[in-house]
Design a protein around this ligand. Structure first.
Ligand code: ZN
Length: 557
């Protein structure tokens, strides 16, 4: 087919603009000026009426498995009004009797809801008492449950806390649990609860459930994605089945997790087994995932200067591995030809990762070996200005979750990092300007936030530093713009990061990521030009049509 009268952004440096794309047998055979195309084969011509065409988008770090496993959770209205929350729960329970929903799981209530007045089981009992009920706090560090849930988990004043001080039940002066839970303490007792109610949550990764996630991504222009954590091959089986049915419509790569240099060889073996079993045209398993530190909001990221307000004045957060061990891991991965994707949040974590890549490369060079693997650092929320140039020099890819660029996590990190460091979070212009590859992602982990994985929503937040759903208080932050305003990302950078750069991270740039002759015809037709609309309205642009391998898989032309 011929897509004519279009405004084409190719993401190809050689041909940057065009008004026509020709697709034959799923591949692009022409990009350029319609005037110079001779439609001798009489291909069907679609007049796009001046609409915008971009390459199919690439989400370079997301979590299909986790989102799928949370589809049965129920979304609470976003409010700190406790009566409104209880009202919603009461109505939901009434509309869904116990034989239909034996266990009610609600997410989330804002962390500020019960700031001075911790919630109790009795309060939740007023909304639902005929079955277990759990409400999850937005930070996921706290849960509020009813009496029935405590009863079915057999929690009494005599039950010891699994991890005292961390994973525990908040108790009254008599030692009785109040209904407030710290961290995921309930997970130690859920088997007991499920056995008693004779039910388990629908969490198997069936092709139908997984397909719901992929359908959403397809409808929002995503034609390739990287799953940043694959627990086992259940998800790979589901994806292989979707692909067999022609319902995947996606290039997919999954990453397995390793924890240290000791478990790494065994994980590489599993990866090689999965690769043999599942690798196909659309599916790849070629990357390992490592968590190097925690999060800035909890205060367990690895930072260069000490954490503020910590019991020890010399607390630099937590790091999973020292430079030496990480260097050894890189060398093992390089020997096995396996790429590495690292969760790193604090500036010390970032430096250690850079140091280890540098040491591994130097070590190899001294022995005449070749560094062939790709290392991607994901999140990189706080980077020391002195390290901004290092990804470019070391060939490290930096991945950023665009929809976090505003106020999604509120000011929770401020008490650990202090004002200066908080203001310096989420800066990526320096990284890109120094020549490093910047890729973008949604990193959604629950169905609650699935709608935020629309790449145009992420682009909007990164382009404005304003989160329309979770705005920072405008009194303190004029226009709810997150500091610093000069860290807003340009549309050019965002589009490149969501297309050609993402393809490079997934090692698919020879096939996808730009509209070039010879490449696979993955593209999106947009209702408006993303370079011309106000950045604050980017998420209002619609995906009129999404084309995957030359077929329209969402919308219509
Ligand atoms: Zn993630």
């Amino acid at each position: 087919m011929v897509l004519a009268n279009a405004k084409v952004y190719t993401c190809d440096e050689d041909v940057t603009s065009a008004n026509a794309v020709v697709i034959e047998d799923g591949a692009i055979t022409f990009v350029g000026d319609m005037q110079s195309w001779d439609n001798a084969a009489e291909l069907p011509v679609y007049d796009l009426g001046g609409r915008t065409v971009i390459p199919g988008l690439i989400d370079s770090h997301t979590h299909p498995s986790m989102v799928t496993q949370s589809f049965w959770h129920v979304r609470l209205p976003w409010t700190t009004d406790v009566d409104e929350i209880l009202h919603f729960i009461r109505d939901y329970a009434a509309a869904h009797p116990p034989d239909e929903v034996p266990f009610l799981y609600f997410e989330y209530y804002p962390s500020a809801t019960f700031a001075d007045n911790p919630p109790t089981k009795e309060l939740l009992d007023t909304a639902v008492s005929d079955r277990p009920c759990l409400c999850q706090d937005f930070s996921e560090h706290e849960h509020w449950v009813n009496s029935k849930m405590l009863e079915l988990m057999e929690i009494t004043r005599d039950t010891p806390d699994p991890v005292p001080g961390l994973e525990m039940f908040v108790r009254d002066e008599t030692g009785a649990p109040t209904g407030l839970l710290r961290e995921m303490v309930h997970l130690h007792f859920m088997d007991k609860l499920y056995e008693k109610i004779g039910w388990t949550p629908p969490q198997e990764l069936t092709p139908e459930r997984v397909g719901r996630f992929f359908r959403f991504m397809t409808e929002h222009g995503v034609t390739a994605l990287f799953e940043a954590l694959v627990e086992d091959d259940e998800i790979l089986q589901a994806i292989a089945e979707l692909d067999r049915r022609g319902a995947l419509n996606m290039y997919y790569e999954g990453a397995l997790r390793f924890r240290n240099s000791e478990d790494l060889p065994a994980v590489i073996e599993v990866l090689e087994r999965y690769r043999t079993a599942y690798a196909s045209k659309h599916v790849n398993v070629n990357t390992l995932k490592l968590f190097l530190d925690g999060t800035n909001e909890v205060g367990n990221s690895a930072v260069l200067a000490p954490m503020c307000n910590h019991a020890s004045a010399d607390h630099h957060g937590d790091i999973g591995m020292a430079t030496d061990e990480l260097t050894r891991c890189f060398l093992m991965c390089n020997a096995a030809g396996v790429d590495v994707h690292i969760h790193v949040v604090g500036d010390r974590g970032f430096r250690v990762a850079c140091d280890a890549v540098e040491a591994a490369r130097n070590d190899l060079a001294a022995r005449g070996g070749d560094w062939t693997i790709q290392v991607t650092l994901a999140h990189c929320e706080l980077i020391d200005p002195a390290d901004m140039h290092r990804p470019a020099e070391l060939g490290i890819i930096v991945n950023w979750t665009t929809h976090w660029s505003g106020g999604y996590f509120g000011e929770a990190a401020k008490k650990h990092l202090g004002d200066d460091r908080w203001d310096r979070m989420y800066r990526f212009n320096e990284i890109a300007r120094s020549g490093a590859l910047l890729t973008f992602s949604s990193d959604v982990v629950t169905s609650y936030e699935l709608h935020r994985s629309n790449p145009l929503f992420g682009m909007q937040v990164a382009a404005t530093r304003v989160d329309p759903e979770y705005p920072l208080p405008s009194g303190e932050y004029p226009g709810s713009v997150r500091p610093q305003a000069d860290a807003k990302l340009s549309c050019e950078m965002l589009l490149a990061g969501y297309t050609i750069n993402g393809a490079k991270q997934m090692r698919l740039a020879d096939q996808i990521g730009s509209l070039e002759v010879g490449k696979v015809a993955n593209l999106c037709v947009l209702s408006a030009d993303l370079f011309e609309v106000a950045p604050s309205t980017l998420s209002e642009i619609k995906f009129d049509a999404v084309v995957f391998e030359g077929r329209v898989v969402a919308g219509s032309l």
